[in-house]
Every structure is written in C-alpha cells, then in structure tokens.
Write a protein that binds this ligand. Structure first.
Ligand SMILES: NC(=O)c1ccc[n+]([C@@H]2O[C@H](COP(=O)([O-])OP(=O)(O)OC[C@H]3O[C@@H](n4cnc5c(N)ncnc54)[C@H](OP(=O)(O)O)[C@@H]3O)[C@@H](O)[C@H]2O)c1
Length: 273
C-alpha cells in the first residue's frame, strides 16, 4: 500500500498526516509537530482558525527537516471569505507559518459565494505559493456549483469521515471528478468515544493493533488520505504505524457496515459559524 498519493496536478501527498485542531498554540503544538516529524510524518494539517499556525511553523523549523520534504496544509477561514479578504488571509497564514508557500490551501467551509473565493484561490495557485488548492466540507451539490465556474479542479475535498459516517458515496463522486478525498475527525474526535466501539476493539484484538490503527488502516486501504490529531508522543508514533499490516476484505466490509450517517461536526448544509 503506497504511503504517497498523487493529486490531480501531479503533486504528491503523504496518505497520513498530523492534524492539529485543538492543539494549543505554544509548546503543545510545537511538540506535537516536532515529535511527528521525528517519527516520520511528512504531512501537517492546520488552519488559520485553529490559532496555531505560528507554532506549526516553529515546530517545522525546530525539526530541522527541510521545508520541501514536508507537505503543509492550511485553510481559508469563513469570515475572510465573507469579507473578500482571501488574499490577505493567505498572506497572513504564510507569515505565521514562516514559509513562502503551502503545499495545499483549502476553502474551509462552503460559505455563500464560495465560487468567488475559488477564483482568488486559483490566482494564489497560479502565483506558485500554493502547490495545490482544494476544498473542505463540500457535498456533491457544492462541488457541482464550484466546477461550473472553476478553471482548476480542486485537488482534494477534506470531509468528516469515520466508521459512523464513511462518506463512501461522496468519495466516489469526488474520484469521478478527479478530486482526492481526505478524512478529518477519523478517530471520532475528542469526545466521540469511537475508540471504545466494541467492533473496532474486536478487530484491534484480531490484528494485534489499536482501534485507532484499525480505523486509520481502513482509511488508507479505501484510498482516503487521513490526518489523525494527537498531542501525545506515544499516540503520534503509534498512529503512523499502519503500513505493516492489511485488513482483510471482510473486515473492511465490517467497518463499512458501521455507517449510521452520524456527524460529530456540523453539517455543511447547516452551519452557523
Ligand atoms: N476541515 C475541517 O473542517 C476539519 C474539521 C475537524 C478536523 N479537521 C482536521 O482533521 C484533524 C483530525 O480531526 P480531529 O482532531 O477533529 O479528530 P480526531 O483526529 O478524529 O481525534 C482526535 C482525538 O483523538 C485522540 N486520539 C488521538 N490518537 C488516539 C489514539 N491512538 N487512541 C485514542 N485516542 C486518540 C486525541 O487525543 P490526544 O490529542 O489527547 O492524544 C483527540 O482527542 C484535525 O486535527 C484537523 O487538522 C478538519
């Protein structure tokens, strides 16, 4: 199973990265990023709204891993789209991240008139300061509206996805349009209790792995790029250790069958932030 995926413009993204949502700005995020890079991660997912871009930048620098070896994602926040501040927001993110480019820049949520913001994203892409551009929290109808005006097809759609909301249907739609799919909140988040699920624990026992490793492996085998978050060194290390085993087709099906359409995060058709 490849650790790397080629996006629709030829850029390569590591299949597993570190998420930093709710990682506190300061030592917590700096440590998480440096531990991850030490452990072999080469992909970090942040966003301006997480308030920790400076710490992500610092962690990357402290790691001494060359910038060009790291795949860095950040995201354009909703208020910046509403106020037409896309370019300023992007430049502020670069400054906080202490870098002159990002590997992937995403529209964070499909706020009204996202088509207009996409045109600015295309300009940012043309400037070479984002190696790829994409979207997040887009449903099929959002993608249709975007593609109607887009000169550049998004490289990625980053959406909530985990065993209780597998989003296999949306993934198929994205792939048919050349858009890779990425799952956020793969472990069910901080209060989801997904890691306590009996089916996942039974599979974990069968393979001699943790429930988190089972879910992350399921994501990789179904070709979802995945970005688990942790601020604990042991978990950061173990979450990456998913390339030395394979789930049997029947076990992939068991996890697929856990879907309940359950969202831990907001519905992209109904959010108020
Ligand atoms: N585009 C979007 O709208 C959006 C929305 C949400 C998230 N995201 C991105 O996706 C990333 C991942 O999603 P998420 O942070 O919401 O949730 P998540 O990765 O599903 O879950 C993170 C939670 O799981 C815990 N955890 C980590 N590894 C574990 C393990 N091996 N066993 C048990 N628990 C474990 C973490 O605790 P500790 O930290 O204490 O270890 C944390 O409480 C985010 O960090 C962010 O980068 C994007």
């Amino acid at each position: 199973m490849d650790k790397i995926k080629k996006l629709n413009n030829g850029i390569e993204i590591p299949m597993l990265g570190l998420g930093v949502y709710l990682s506190q700005d300061g030592a917590e995020t700096v440590n998480a990023v440096t531990w991850a890079l030490e452990a072999g991660y080469r992909h970090i997912d942040t966003a301006s709204v997480y308030g920790n871009e400076s710490s992500v930048g610092l962690g990357m620098r402290e790691s001494k891993i060359p910038r060009e070896e790291i795949f860095l994602t950040t995201k354009l926040w909703n208020d910046d789209m509403r106020k037409g501040r896309e370019l300023e927001a992007f430049e502020a993110s670069l400054k906080r991240l202490q870098t002159d480019y990002v590997d992937l820049y995403l529209i964070h949520w499909p706020v009204e008139n996202f088509e207009k913001s996409w045109k600015v994203m295309e300009k940012i892409y043309a400037s070479g300061r984002a190696k790829a551009i994409g979207v997040s929290n887009f449903k099929e109808h959002h993608l249709e509206s975007l593609l109607a005006v887009a000169d550049i097809v998004p490289a990625i759609n980053q959406v909530e996805a985990h065993p209780l909301l597998n989003n296999n249907g949306l993934a198929g739609c994205c792939r048919s349009k050349g858009i890779a799919i990425q799952s956020y909140r793969p472990l069910g988040g901080p209060k989801g209790k997904l890691m306590e699920n009996a089916t996942l624990n039974k599979l974990a026992e069968k393979y001699g792995k943790t429930p988190a490793q089972i879910v992350l492996r399921w994501d990789i085998q179904r070709d979802f790029v995945v970005i688990p978050k942790s601020v604990h060194k042991d978990r950061i290390i173990s979450n990456l250790a998913v390339f030395d085993f394979e789930l049997l087709p029947e076990d992939m099906e068991i996890i697929d069958s856990m879907d309940q359409g359950h969202r831990f995060c907001a519905d992209p058709d109904n959010f108020d932030f």
